[in-house]
Ligand binder design. Structure first.
Ligand SMILES: Cc1ncc(C[n+]2csc(CCOP(=O)(O)OP(=O)(O)O)c2C)c(N)n1
Ligand SMILES: [Mg+2]
Length: 681
């Protein structure tokens, strides 16, 4: 259908959609950057969705039972900002739209979830939104099973572009959604056949309809500019028991000189061409001006859900006080009071019995006592359940016929798992944790970075955290992954030395509201080093004195995880030789950095020689070796300098020189002034 016919057939619809198109052109032109074509192309789909289907109340963007709208094609951010301004969102005002992409504005280049309540997730890295949406839809299912349909009953709508569908993570997401029959997930594919380099044919020939169908989705193909077809397709999608993909044939930059070309993808800033496009759309007002009747029609859409919300609030108010309080606590992500006492009791029991355990097993022990008292936890693993020790007795398996299950078999999909976990956390009401091998942090990395950026407390259970995993060899032995994780802002990286530290780490991870955690856990057994029970959570200080020097303090050994045992053994050797040695356990650098100067100085005083021991690369350790009152000539590192190898763990520690004797020798050299620059450092 040509534009004139579309206009004539449904002028009310056309004008509402034109408002999105015009605001997009104006904001992108004012910013002199951004992406005009996608919002212009998808304006009709978005208009019908908001006008006829999306359950929301513009004045209350935080209403828990709202439908979620996820703009996976995040470069088209002006689509979202236009919609929010038009419906009367309290945060995305006209001023915000005028300040698109400027310092301090909520209308950032790509949507950022932490800038406005109505922005459900941060998108821009293509594919993330569609993968997050799987988590949103799972969270809805899980919470509906827990709290009932009266409180939780909403859809998750997604707009994904060609780019989102080409990214690998979309494959993982589509597979999960199909297998789990997430019937309330509805994805619109902006099928415009254009990406930045040209047409899709340049790089892809996938039959997307066949692909989604093969994964178990309900699929429809429509004209993405025809409001009647869009409406009917959404209605049909809702009625189907499968997740739905609606392939919307659209024209990027519809009505603009750049229509149907890759030029239309980016910033359309040519004033004449923009004026001509507005003329084609029948848009006659000045920049950022929406005629009052069109604006008020949009505001009416923004109020469409008010009655629903009020009824929902009445239903909530009708529930028992206890139920209301539990719902509020769950949605706010507050840990129950019992968590702290449960962790303390476990710590006491462990300090007394001093078991020798792999910290992955310690982690399971913690989860066994914590999961029953935190009904919001949701565990899983990327096909390594028995290795990651993430499944505890009471969880039950999340599945089509058991939405109360709190354990997910994610399959071999680290990236999809991480991204979906972010979606669950963003939805609210769920505390997701998921496991894989530490070296496959790489496979989950794009989503792990977004957990940190988006400020969501997703927990990553990363087991087999060093050469200590042994025979599987260097492909499976992380060496740089601690450094990568620690380099990521707003991420707590825990490498606990025993069960007590593991329990403390979990307590911290499960009380975060804005920070993800990475738990780096061993495959191999470790002794309990915290044999004296302390109620205080020492891991919360990031680093602490585990064992002090006897006699004159000549050396400080800093270690994490499995190497704390080695540091303790080195301390014994050195003490036998009269070299007073302190061992500092450093389970979480980030928390140690947060401590005040006085505490850090007490733990790491200047003077003694310092040796760090960690079965990973040195990167980052210099901060503690000589950045924190230390001296380069009095410091050394015992760890990895390259990739590992395939052999039994004990052999590897021996061959790579990560032994108590090697640590003791390093200390002797430093104490006796035989420091040498390490060319590998
Ligand atoms: C992971 C990732 N890779 C690359 C980019 C850069 N990028 C932004 S949009 C885009 C093209 C996307 O094509 P499509 O989804 O079809 O969007 P359209 O051109 O139709 O608006 C690319 C490559 C990105 N944002 N994220
Ligand atoms: Mg495209």
């Amino acid at each position: 259908m040509d534009i004139e016919t579309l206009k004539a057939q449904n002028p009310d619809h056309w004008n509402k959609a034109a408002a999105i198109r015009a605001l997009t052109l104006d904001a992108v032109a004012a910013a002199n950057s951004g992406h005009s074509g996608m919002p212009i192309g998808m304006a009709d789909v978005a208009t019908v969705l908001y006008e006829k289907h999306l359950k929301f109340d513009a004045a209350h963007p935080g209403w828990h039972d709202r439908d979620r709208f996820i703009l996976s094609a995040g470069h088209g951010s002006m689509l979202l900002y236009s919609l929010l301004y038009l419906v009367g969102d309290p945060e995305i005002t006209l001023d915000q739209v005028k300040n698109f992409r400027q310092w301090g504005a909520k209308t950032a280049g790509h949507p950022e979830n932490f800038l406005a309540q109505a922005i459900e997730t941060t998108t821009g890295p293509l594919g993330q939104g569609i993968a997050n949406s799987v988590g949103f839809a799972m969270a809805e299912e899980a919470l509906r099973a827990r709290f009932g349909k009266k409180l939780v009953d909403h859809y998750t709508y997604v707009i994904a572009g060609d780019g989102c569908l080409m990214e690998g993570v979309s494959h993982e997401a589509i597979g999960i959604a199909g297998r789990q029959e997430l019937s309330k997930l509805i994805v619109f594919w902006d099928n415009n056949n254009i990406t930045i380099d040209g047409t899709v044919e340049l790089s892809d020939r996938t039959d997307q309809v066949a692909r989604f169908t093969a994964a178990g989705w309900h699929v429809q193909e429509i004209d993405g500019h025809n409001p009647a077809e869009i409406d009917a397709a959404i209605t049909a999608a809702k009625a189907d028991k499968r997740p739905s993909m609606i392939a919307c044939k659209t024209h990027i930059a519809l009505g603009h000189a750049a229509q149907d070309t890759s030029k239309g993808h980016g910033a359309l800033t040519n004033a004449d061409q923009n004026a001509a496009a507005k003329a084609v759309w029948g848009w006659t007002t000045g920049p950022f001006e929406v005629p009052a009747d069109i604006k008020s029609a949009w505001e009416e859409i923004g109020r469409r859900g008010t009655a629903d919300r009020v009824e929902w609030e009445a239903r909530l108010a009708d529930m028992s006080d206890a139920r209301q309080a539990e719902f509020a606590r769950t949605m706010a992500g507050e840990a129950p009071k019992k968590l702290s006492s449960t962790i303390k009791a476990l710590k006491k029991q462990i300090s007394e019995s001093a078991p020798k355990l792999a910290t992955r097993k310690s982690s399971e022990m913690v989860l066994e006592v914590v999961n029953p008292i935190l009904p919001e936890t949701f565990g899983g693993s990327a096909d390594l359940t028995g290795s990651n020790n993430t499944k505890t007795g009471d969880l039950g398996v999340f599945d089509v016929d058991n939405r109360k299950g709190r354990y997910m078999y994610w399959g071999i999909r680290e990236h999809g798992m991480a991204s979906a976990m972010n979606g669950m956390a963003l939805h609210g009401g769920i505390r997701p944790y998921g496991g894989t091998f530490m070296c496959f942090t790489d496979y989950a990395r794009p989503a792990m970075r977004l957990s940190a950026l988006m400020q969501v407390p997703t927990v990553y259970v990363m087991t087999h955290d060093s050469i200590g995993l042994g025979e599987d060899g260097p492909t499976h032995q992380p060496v740089e992954h601690l450094a990568i994780s620690r380099a990521t802002p707003n991420t707590l990286v825990f490498r606990p030395a025993d069960t007590v530290e593991t329990a403390e780490a979990w307590e911290i991870a499960f009380t975060q509201t804005k920070t993800p955690s990475v738990l780096s856990l061993t495959r191999q057994n470790l002794p309990t080093v915290r044999t004296e029970h302390k109620t205080k959570n020492l891991t919360a200080q990031g680093a602490y004195v585990l064992a002090d020097a006897e006699g004159k303090r000549q050396a400080i050994l800093m270690a994490t995880g499995s190497e704390v045992e080695i540091a303790m053994a080195a301390r014994d050797i050195l003490h036998a030789e009269g070299i007073g040695t302190r061992v500092v356990s450093m389970p979480c650098w980030e928390l140690f950095e947060e401590q005040d100067e006085a505490y850090r100085k007490r733990v790491l005083p200047g003077g003694p020689v310092r040796v760090a021991v960690e079965a990973g690369i040195r990167f980052g350790w210099d901060r503690w070796l000589y950045g924190e009152r230390g001296k380069r000539e009095k410091s050394g590192f015992v760890g990895m300098h390259g990739f590992g190898a395939s052999a039994p763990a004990e052999t590897l520690y021996e061959k790579f020189g990560i032994t108590a004797e090697a640590v003791a020798q390093k200390v002797r050299d430093l104490v006796e002034g035989r420091w040498q620059p390490d060319p590998r450092a």
